[in-house]
Design a protein around this ligand. Structure first.
Ligand SMILES: Nc1ncnc2c1ncn2[C@@H]1O[C@H](COP(=O)(O)OP(=O)(O)OP(=O)(O)O)[C@@H](O)[C@H]1O
Ligand SMILES: [Mg+2]
Length: 235
């Protein structure tokens, strides 16, 4: 599904990624782990060409290189992206936000409808006529995930999906991730919370100073206290 080899990437002249290697198989959920500022968001931004410039290495999605592919074409090829800052259209209603993505007609992709995303996030249905800008952080997060599903992604990138959310809402977001996993959506989740990693990850990648320094199973990750001590913010 996705293979990243020796990825280097920079903002202006500052190279922040200096050797990221990562693979995601069909239906697989991987968690990106690492302390603040090590390059988790930058790895996702490199895949969708958001702000950052790829300076070396290769990203292959669905058998094709993403080199030179424009951001909206990466999304059209089947990568859904939910950035840290969510980026909902504040002045539009929930329903209007969900009408923004253009549906993709591709026989090999699971199609999502507005009704289906309302089933996944019932609160969004209740608030469908409310302005997105007045909703809570958790509701905006759900809206951002719902909107990205309407692009019918094969691979979903979720950047710290419950950063700053109250525990109960955060749990609902994790429930949604688990439900999406059951639907067969491949995901990369940038994550610090142990129980989320346990609940949804198939494998874990640890990033340190712009490089992938460890990868393996969730059990392998927890079996090595040295790794959790060194690379996890929240323990
Ligand atoms: N738009 C930008 N312009 C310049 N430098 C940036 C930009 N965004 C991030 N950086 C720098 O790139 C490095 C990696 O940041 P990144 O946001 O990828 O880290 P992260 O692992 O996602 O951290 P966090 O856990 O805080 O979200 C940091 O040194 C950061 O200061
Ligand atoms: Mg980040």
């Amino acid at each position: 599904m996705l293979r990243i080899s020796d990825l280097h990437a920079a903002y202006d002249k500052a190279e922040v990624l200096q050797g990221i290697d990562l693979e995601v198989g069909p239906g697989e959920v991987i968690c990106l782990i690492g302390r603040n500022g090590v390059g988790k968001s930058s790895t996702m931004k490199s895949i969708v060409r958001d702000q950052i410039v790829v300076t070396g290495g290769e990203i292959v999605f669905d058998g094709q290189s993403l080199a030179g592919v424009r951001p909206h074409d990466v999304i059209r090829r089947g990568v859904g992206y939910v950035p840290e800052d969510r980026r909902v259209f504040a002045s539009l209603s929930v329903l209007e936000n969900l009408k923004v993505p253009r549906p993709v007609a591709a026989p090999d992709r699971r199609r999502w409808t507005v009704d289906e995303v309302f089933r996944l996030f019932p609160q969004l249905h209740d608030y469908r006529h409310r302005s997105a800008g007045v909703m809570s952080g958790g509701e905006q997060q759900m809206l951002s995930i719902a909107r990205s599903l309407l692009t019918c992604p094969k691979l979903l990138l979720l950047d710290e999906p419950h950063e700053g959310l109250a525990p109960k809402i955060a749990e609902e977001v994790v429930d949604a991730i688990v439900a999406l996993k059951r639907e067969g959506v491949s995901m990369i989740v940038s994550e610090q919370a142990l129980n989320t990693i346990r609940r949804c990850a198939d494998r874990v990648y640890v990033i340190d100073r712009g490089m992938t320094v460890w990868n393996g199973s969730v059990d392998g990750f927890y079996a090595d206290p040295e790794i959790t001590r060194k690379f996890l913010m929240v323990q």
